[in-house]
Design a protein around this ligand. Structure first.
Ligand code: NAD
Length: 229
């Protein structure tokens, strides 16, 4: 455990106040597209056009969103700490707020990749992917997104970053998507551990639970940690 290391683990809830709908809260983009059709390898095989349309809409939605006070406060922790952000989110709001080390476990909307080689990725910014857009191996480009049944990226790096942290802040995740959710169990027993969420679906052992909006609570927590450091 290193007293200068902070691990921040985020889910869809950290971006909710930026106008990006979460997976489980109703009223969002997800309601119009059944998850098994748009976020699974079988959905992609059956209807790639629908899958591309869904992620093109999500990419456009994320491009319009701005980082909120939670993203900004997390980035400001770098003034005094060595910070790793491990996120399940596919938007780039942590980077746009100024965080310099962000591990995207579930991929990134701003990248496309080859269907033949997952290491062949392309930065596409806010541009849509269309049927017929091909990689250099002549296969259709797909979103650089980890779908249900696929293996998340950076799991080992994320686990090591958890193990090393003196402060762990978990924000806006229901901890229902594995194996990402189990990473919280790698946090050291002695680390200061706080979880911020709207609802208490599941509170990991050893975490102080703060119930409320990320945009209000996270800046307060980060300010406290910076003052004490
Ligand atoms: P989730 O939708 O399962 O859970 C969101 C959690 O955030 C809930 O516990 C909810 O109570 C909490 N929450 C909602 N608004 C909040 C707020 N303002 N402040 C604090 N907490 C708030 O999200 P998940 O756990 O990240 O898992 C869903 C999966 O869907 C992930 O794999 C993720 O990749 C994907 N996803 C990503 C985005 C994104 O990139 N922004 C958006 C939707 C879904």
């Amino acid at each position: 455990m290193n007293s200068h290391k902070v691990l921040v683990f985020t889910g869809a809830g950290v971006s909710a106040e930026s106008g990006i709908s979460t997976f489980r809260d109703s009223g969002g983009l997800w309601d119009n597209y059944p998850v098994e059709l748009v976020a699974s390898p079988s959905g992609w095989r059956n209807n790639p056009k629908l899958v591309l349309e869904f992620y093109n809409r999500r990419r456009a939605n994320a491009a319009q969103a701005q980082p909120n006070p939670a993203h900004i406060a997390i980035a400001e922790l770098e003034k005094k700490f060595d910070v790793t952000v491990v996120t399940q989110n596919v938007d780039d709001l942590h980077e746009r707020a100024g965080s310099s080390r962000v591990l995207h476990l579930h991929g990134e909307l701003s990248k496309a990749r080859s269907c033949l080689d997952e290491n062949l990725t392309y930065s596409i910014g806010n541009k849509p992917i269309q049927l017929g857009d091909k990689c250099e191996l002549d296969s259709q480009l797909r979103p650089h997104i980890v779908w249900f049944g696929e293996i998340p990226f950076f799991l080992d790096e994320a686990k090591n970053a958890f193990k090393d942290a003196a402060y762990v802040l978990v924000v806006g995740t229901s901890l229902q998507v594995e194996p990402a959710a189990s990473l919280v169990n790698s946090a050291p027993f002695k680390a200061k551990k706080i979880m911020v969420t709207l609802e208490i679906e599941h509170s990991p052992k050893g975490f102080e639970l703060q119930r409320g909006k990320a945009g209000q609570l996270v800046p307060l927590i980060c300010r406290q940690w910076l003052t004490r450091a």
